[in-house]
Design a protein around this ligand. Structure first.
Ligand SMILES: [Zn+2]
Length: 204
């Protein structure tokens, strides 16, 4: 089972409680909008995990750990004491989160304004340039890449393969990409998750 959710930051009660580590990390962010997005994404991830586990969000504690440096204020998120996978993302006033019994990743991006060739492999760049809307194609590819990286716990973008002979892959290594354009939000916002089959229904 997988639970995924998308919301505007304003729809999440950002005054709700975070852990001390989360609060300290959040308070180091300079802009208020970034602090609100951080809070909203962490609360949404907790809400998704709570629904998956059949518990109240307040019963759950979200923590992160970085496999590279060992720090606990960033890196792959998890729920203390529970065998679940969670992932979260935020961009320009929107947040998305997913919780699953299997590895999962989620990413939301607003439509790209340019195609940064340096961030892409040659086949990726070639494929994007052949699409009728290269900016949309780049945003889709990048969103899938980010979601796949999170699902695998990687941080290296070159480790993600989301292109096949026919273009964007619809699945990869038994994981499924689900993409959606949230209703009632700027069409520029695109989301994508990698999770178990069947893919989740989004809350909205
Ligand atoms: Zn680190």
């Amino acid at each position: 089972m997988t639970v995924a959710c998308f919301a505007a930051v304003t729809e999440v009660r950002v005054e709700a409680t975070l852990t001390a580590v989360e609060t300290s990390r959040r308070d180091r962010l300079v802009r208020q909008t970034d602090r609100d997005s951080y809070t909203a994404a962490h609360l949404l991830a907790r809400a998704c995990a709570a629904e998956l586990l059949g518990l109240a969000p307040a019963q759950l504690s979200l923590s992160q750990s970085c496999p590279r440096c060992g720090a606990y204020d960033h890196g792959r998120p998890g729920i203390d004491g529970h065998d679940v996978y969670i992932s979260l993302s935020h961009t320009q006033g929107y947040v998305a989160a997913v919780a699953s019994r299997r590895p999962c990743g989620i990413d939301v991006e607003t439509r790209a304004r340019s195609v940064p060739a340096r961030a892409l492999s040659q086949p990726e760049h070639r494929w994007i340039c052949l699409q009728p809307d290269p900016l949309e194609a780049f945003t889709q590819l990048w969103t899938r890449k980010e979601a796949l990286l999170k699902a695998h716990g990687h941080t290296d973008p070159t480790a993600a393969t989301v292109l096949g002979d026919e273009g964007l892959l619809s699945s990869s290594q038994a994981l499924t990409f689900t993409e959606w354009q949230p209703q009632g939000t700027p069409a520029a916002v695109i989301g994508c998750i990698v999770a178990e089959i069947p893919p989740p229904d989004f809350c909205r």
